[in-house]
Design a protein around this ligand. Structure first.
Ligand SMILES: NC(=O)c1ccc[n+]([C@@H]2O[C@H](COP(=O)([O-])OP(=O)(O)OC[C@H]3O[C@@H](n4cnc5c(N)ncnc54)[C@H](OP(=O)(O)O)[C@@H]3O)[C@@H](O)[C@H]2O)c1
Length: 337
């Protein structure tokens, strides 16, 4: 089978196309014929980081068709269309290859009508967004229609991949959604994703604009840039609210006004999708699956997430596109459906 691998870390030119044997599933495992591989910032960051295996296939997310199941697998069967999550976490085998073998838990059926493009866009962004939306004091710890009724969610960077998923999941769960963006094109995307209110954080007084539409403040802030947004978040987060930080865009250091934050019992919660407890992750997967089945998670320009396709042999260009801040979702076409 064709696979993209790297055996040294660095620029995207460490990625090379090679032939590998098709892997066999063991007990409890599933072999997926990968059609689409999804690229996230974590994939180029890993490729630039420390090599944890002598040879690694990049990319955590993907979608395809179940090919063979190992003994004991009942949840999916050959021919099922599926999405997979965290394929390359702690393993040398991501989705930039024609077949990937994974524990059955990481292989999730796609409902009829949901595209493989959508499937390959879910893993990292949707599971991260789900966790950010379920860490507030007093819950909810699950998302479903009505779970966030009466709550206001502020999504920083609503045109980003995680931001887009956070807007869509928060809307599905009934929240009032406010989001920030850096310009008019991204504003249109955030609106297409379903945000009720879009604020340009680079012009005027964003805090005043957010307060104008959410006078009580935001109960949940889904934060991509905690350093640059520390003052804004302090001003617009509601008492008992949570700032769920999933990235360090704009810098790793955050200056907090502790007294002002503790006076209102505001919580900072740091989120890394890979290390959330197993049961919590399983709940997130179930909720995301339900949102997909309900048609509440979508991709494409009309859903605020333009798609950019690259053929497998141009996986390096796909990585570069994500690293240089492509707006929308970067996908690798591994094989025809
Ligand atoms: N912790 C985790 O588990 C986890 C999971 C997924 C992703 N991540 C990390 O999260 C980050 C985003 O990932 P992604 O896939 O969503 O990337 P993306 O699609 O490139 O989106 C990043 C977004 O952040 C916005 N942004 C940057 N600075 C901002 C600011 N000061 N205020 C508001 N928005 C701002 C950008 O918009 P503008 O450029 O227009 O401001 C952009 O829309 C990456 O660093 C990634 O590694 C972490």
């Amino acid at each position: 089978m064709r696979a993209i691998v790297y055996s040294e870390t660095g620029d995207s030119d460490v990625l090379r196309l090679t032939d590998r044997p098709v892997p066999e599933p063991g007990p409890g495992e599933v072999r997926v014929r990968v059609v689409r591989s999804g690229v996230n910032p974590t994939d180029w960051k890993s490729r630039r980081g420390a090599l944890s295996h002598p040879e690694a296939v990049p990319n955590q997310d993907g979608a395809g068709i179940v090919d063979v199941t190992g003994p004991g697998v009942t949840a999916v069967g050959p021919g099922d269309r599926v999405w997979v999550w965290e394929a390359a976490w702690g393993r040398p085998d991501g989705t930039a290859q024609e077949y990937v073998v994974l524990p059955a838990r990481q292989v999730v059926p796609l409902p009829h009508g949901a595209s493989l493009d959508l499937g390959a866009s879910l893993g990292i962004p949707a599971l991260t967004a789900h966790h950010c939306l379920t860490v507030a004091e007093g819950g909810p710890d699950r998302l479903a229609p009505g779970a966030l009724d009466g709550r206001t969610v502020l999504v920083a960077g609503g045109a980003g991949a995680v931001g887009n998923a956070a807007i869509q999941l928060a809307r599905w769960a009934g929240a009032t959604v406010v989001t920030t963006v850096s310009g008019p094109e991204k504003a249109a995307l955030a609106q297409a994703a379903g945000a009720h209110h879009v604020v340009n954080y680079r012009t005027g007084d964003p805090a005043a604009q957010i307060r104008a539409v959410a006078p009580e403040g935001a109960d949940i802030v889904v934060e991509v840039a905690p350093g640059p947004n520390a003052v804004l978040d302090r001003v617009v987060t509601a008492p008992q609210g949570v700032v769920a930080v999933y990235a360090n865009n704009g810098g790793d250091d955050v200056a907090l006004s502790v007294r002002e934050l503790f006076t209102r019992n505001i919580r900072y919660q740091f989120v890394l999708v890979y290390t959330v407890p197993e049961a919590v992750k399983d709940s997130a997967v179930a909720d995301v699956r339900a949102a997909v089945a309900a048609g509440a998670l979508r991709v494409g320009e009309e859903a605020g997430l333009p798609l950019h396709h690259f053929p497998l042999e141009r996986t390096a260009d796909a990585h570069d596109a994500v690293e240089s801040g492509a707006v929308g979702k970067v996908l690798v076409d591994v094989a025809p459906e």
